[in-house]
Every structure is written in structure tokens, then in C-alpha cells.
Design a protein around this ligand. Sequence first.
Ligand code: ATP
Length: 760
Amino acid sequence: MRRPKTKKFKLQNRHSEEKENKLLESWLDSGKPNSGSNPLSLPAPPEKSPIGILPDGSFSPYSGAKKFSQLPLSKKTKDGLAQAGYSEMTAIQRASLPHSLCGRDILGAAKTGSGKTLAFIIPVIEKLYRARWGPEDGVGCIIMSPTRELAGQLFEVLKSVGKYHGFSAGLLIGGRKDVDTERERVNELNILVCTPGRLLQHMDETPNFECSQLQVLVLDEADRILDMKLRNDLNAIISQLPKYRQTLLFSATQTKSVQTLARLSLKDPEYISVHEESETATPSRLQQTAMVVALDQKLDMLWSFIKAHLNSRILVFLTCCKQVKFVYEAFKKLRPGIPLKCLHGRMKQDKRMEIYSQFCEKRSVLFSTDVASRGLDFNKAVDWVVQVDCPDDVDSYIHRVGRTARYMSGGRSILFLTPSETQMLDKLQEKKIPVRYIKANTKRFQPISGLLAALLVKYPNLQQLAERAFITYLKSIHRKCDKEALELSNVPIDEFSVSLGLPTTPKVRFLEKLKSKKVSEKLTLVSDSDDDESPSEHLEDSLGPPSELLQGSLRNGRSEEEELQLEDGFLAEKDSLHAGEENPAVTAIAAPATRVLKKKKLKINVHRPVGTRVVFDDEGNTLPPLAKLAETITGADSIKLDKDKVKQRYAELREEMRVADKEDKALDRQRRKEKRIKQKMKLKRGRDGEDDDDDGDGMSEDDLSESDGASRIRKKAKVYFDSDSDDGERKGKDNTGVGSVVTLAEQEELALKLLSSMHS
Ligand SMILES: Nc1ncnc2c1ncn2[C@@H]1O[C@H](COP(=O)(O)OP(=O)(O)OP(=O)(O)O)[C@@H](O)[C@H]1O
């Protein structure tokens, strides 16, 4: 019943909109303001605006406009913009708004933090306003984002700029439980801000949900939404949208692939890339640095970095959720002196949103996966972006570092690269990304592998996290190696495991399979060719570290290295740059191949010492004795760990364990004694024909453990005072004259122990 009315209404709307668009286009095409009647009383363009040239060669009277107030926008939008504090336009807004307001399809590209959000929010609001869109018209616009946090952020901008308009807008993102409430309301919404998955869920499951009247489709971070991972979702969504619509695509790394864009059926899109001629592809106020850090020193370096920047807001990127979880939990226990937070895709949505807003508000360190790499604004207040693991590609790098130096503010970034990842620097250079090569200040380098090892002994859960982080990281490296034709055998696996504090290198099934596959391939080759070389030589070749490859991938020409002196002094000074002494990065650059071999040898010595007792864990893995573990950490590591500290920590740990063991034994003795006494009492009562309720109040042992401390002491005391004592223990009489098996001092000690166990 509602549809025909809506359609009629829509036709009228379209008619008036087309008229208005014609008017605007005539302005744009003629280069002169239209002096004729204006149905929406759009303001005339500024009289003395410098005339700009549009990509199609025509003049635009608005391209010279610098302020939003100079654009033909509705008063409500202008008020919303003014209220939110936006007056001057940024480059991408200046360049794209004259086109998008005319209803053209846009492919917008501009650096991170340059204001692309307003470049699509304004035309969306204006389009619906001019079409006099109402609740009965249903969904008029869809704004899609690849992540939930970004969708939330876009929704906030839409709310603030569109606050004087009467449109209904909704945020549809996964991880929210109120799908049913969404279902009831989704048809009444005019603007949907969503992630592809949730939108598709509504398209599939919500009765009567349709977008047949859609006017504008916006893809923020378009290249990400169009890439392979979200490909199927997007295709399914597009198939349910009308072809007659305006499409706006924005990203800092815009795709120009015709094949990709063909799926969106764009109509003569305007490609607007405002920074294409710019000297750099990243914001000019962003200071970017990179340093070579061996894989097994990354956590040490990260810890040292955090300790040196306790007054900064730091965003740390790691490859996977498991790494984020482990590093967050481990660092939290080590207490660096700054609040720590973590964000990854496996967290509950409410928690994710909470962390996101907390990080916007407070100085802290946020460990995150790439879920925070795109679009997030974090209140423009991130001081440092630290990439502990090399990003997958240059585009990912651009988006990650783009979380700082946004709009007018400055920012810094640092990228840790292992010796085999240094080719990334060349790729960045090719794409006009100025990264300075620096070194760490060795004086501020604080190794933590020993502390992590101690933590893992103390907290078994943390050990599990470490193992998972270890395996997942290797998997991610394996995937990368596949892509970039690198050898996984270059990765110092044992050293990496030790650096996470793991007592033994966990078994990695896929690695073992890979190794056996390689060995069998080699053996087949040997048997095929009538070669004189022994198979064992081949075997060694295939398993040994191909050090040449590692060396070959290193950058030479160290004279080109630049160093950055920062006031915090974390980064190295020039002298130490060339000294190559204690700096782990220097060691890694100078002789990576020999170092790996040396460490391999050491490792073998540590794990298979002749004549040493081999200890096995529950799963049959060999465990080095604790002393040997210390050797592994202190002796094998070329980064000169603080041996004394490690030893001292182990001594402390041993002492703690000794005390705990003593207490356990004492408790166990007492329990056994107690049991014997109870048994005797039972026997005695049985003999006397009494009820066998030994406490007299009907409480079981379990009840006893649940009851409050005072009654526990009373009950225990009762047992001792009432019992006979013929078990060979020292006998005594208390002043009540009742027979007792323990002395007063023992009773006091027992009571104290019970109290302390109760508190712990
Ligand atoms: N015209 C403007 N005047 C003042 N501040 C602005 C203006 N436009 C945008 N900003 C501010 O600039 C910051 C970055 O804007 P926005 O998030 O839109 O950047 P972006 O280009 O979309 O970045 P990314 O590529 O990372 O998604 C925001 O804090 C926003 O409030």
C-alpha cells in the first residue's frame, strides 16, 4: 500500500533534484553563476572566487571556494558544519565537493587524515535533503566501511554534521546482539552506516528489507572493501542495489583497476587525486623512521621503546591477534609505567568500542592488529605509530602510519624490520614514502627475554599464549615467504622462541611437514640424477640456513643511513651508528649470516648437552633444566643480556619455589595428620555407638573450605583439641587439661597458615 505513494513521491523528488542538478551543472560548466531562479535558494558562488579548471577542462566557480559557507549547501548542513568546528575546506573537499554535489560518481584519493570523510558525508546529506527524503522513502544512502570501529566513527561524524536535518540514520555492524531490534527498524532508516557483513545479513534475513530506492552508495576505504577478502560480500550486496545511483569511492590508496571498478557500474567517474603531484605519499608532518631489529630482539626493542616514551600515546601494530594478546598480557605483568590496552578482531564488540574510545581519551599504549590500521582518527592525538612486524604491503604501511599526523597535527612512526625484510625500504622509497634509517640508542636498550622466561614459569596461561603467538607468527611469515619467494629457513626459529620466554621451541607441525617435504624432494632428485654426492650432503643443504640469501637481502651502502636525534634519546647518535659495537641492530647488519650459524650451534649445545639429564614435559617435549634455560638466555644471546639480572631473577625464583614447596609439604603433612585423627575418632565413636558426624554440626570438608575463616580455625582447633594423640607426635596438655596433639606454638602457626591460605 505504501509503495505506490512512495514511488510517486520519489518521481517528484527526482524531478526536482534533476532540475537542481542541472542548475548546479550549468554553474559548473559555464563558469558563471546562474542568475536565474534557484528552487532551493542556493547561495550564489563568491563574486571574486578564483576560477578553477575542472578535470574535463571546464571552469568551476566553486573550485576556488575555500570555505564551506561559499558552497551551495543547505543552511542546515552549514549550521551543522559550523557547530562541529569545520569552516575551511581541505584540498580533497575543495576538489571533490563541486562534483559530488552535482551527483557525479567520484573516485577520491587523498593522503591519510586529509578530511575524506566530510568529502562524502556532505554530498550524502545534501542529496537526500534536496530529494526531500522522508521516513517512508526507506534507505536512501549506504555508507560502507571495512571495520566496525571505522563505521562507528563515520556514524559520529554523520550525526554531528547532519544534526539539524531530520533524517534517520543507523549503525549496522557485526558483533551486536540486538539484531532483532535492528530488523524492526532497518526499513525506516534513511542512511545506513555499516560493514559489508552486517548489511548482507540484513539483506538475507530481514523480511521486507530493500534498498531499491537507494540514491548514494559510499565505500570508505574503497580499495579494502573491493579487495579479495570482501569480494563475495560486496558482489552479493551490489547485486541487490539499483544501478541508477550515485557512487562515491574514497581511500588514501585508491584502486584504479578497471576490472575491480567494473563491478560497481560507475558512470563516467571523476578521478580526483589531490596529492598525486605531491612529493610524498604520506602526510608531510609525519616523521617516518625504520630500524633493523633481529626477530629475537623485537620484544626487547619494543619494551625499550615504550620505556623511553612513557609520556606518549603509542599505537603498536602486530601481525595477529595471538601476538597482540601475548605481548599485551606479558607487558602488563612487567608494568612499564604507562597504561596498556589491546584491540583485535576476537574481542567482543562492546569491549572493542570501549578500548577505542579510552585510547582516544587517555595517554596509553594500544597493541593492535590491522583492525585499527584504516580510517581511525583517535582524536588526532597519536604521537607514535610503532610497526613491530613488517606490514604486508606498502598500502598497509601508508594506512598504519596514517593513524598519526592527521589534519594539521604532526606525528612520528617507526618500523622494525628484520634483516631479511629490508627490501621494504626500497619499496617505500619507490612509492614516495620518505623513511629515515635509524639505530637504537644502546644505552636505553633493555632486554626482557629473561624476565619473560620467568613470567612464563610463573603463569602457565601466559606460556600457552606465547606458544600460540609463536606458531601464528611463523605461519604468517610462511605465507609472506610464499608470496615473496623467500625461505622460511632464514627465520631464527629457536632464538625467536627463547625471546618470547619459552623454555623449549614449540613443535610447529606445518614446519615439520615442510621440512620432510623438502627432504623427500631432495632425495628424489638425488636418486634421479646419477650424482656422486652423498644424500646426506643434500640433506644438510636443504635443512641448513641459506645464509647467502639472508646476506643477499641486506641493504648495503650504510653511508646512506640516516639517524634521527630525538629529544628522548632513544634513537642512536651518529657515533654509535658506525661503531657497530653493542647495538643489536648493528650486529644484525654487520654479520647476520655468521651470527645465525653461531647461534644455531650454541642452541644445539644448550638443548643436547652431553651427559646432562634430559627432562621431559607432559607431552614428551624435552625441557632444559632451569639453570640451562638461564644459559640459553644469557649465553646464547649475542645482545649481551644483563647476566647478573637474569641470574638474580632465577635465584629469586628458585627461592620462591623452595619456600612454596616447603609450605606445601607442611600443609600436606597436616592434612594427612588431620585425616588420621578423624579416622581414629570415627573408629572410637563407632565403638561407643555414636553418630559418625565427627564435627557435630553436619558440615562436610567442602563446607568447611567454603565457610568463613574464623569458623575454619575453630573447627580445625576443635579437631585437634578433642582428639586423642597416639600417632607418635609430641604430646602435651593445655591449661584446660584436655589432651592435645599439638603444642600452643604449633596451634598458633597452624591458625596463621590457615588465615594466610584463606586470604590468598
Ligand atoms: N575542513 C576541516 N576542517 C577542520 N578539520 C577537518 C576538516 N576536515 C577534516 N577535518 C579533521 O581532520 C581529521 C581527519 O579527517 P578524516 O578522518 O576525514 O581523514 P581521512 O582522509 O578520511 O583519513 P583516512 O585516510 O585515515 O581515513 C579529523 O579529525 C577531522 O575532524
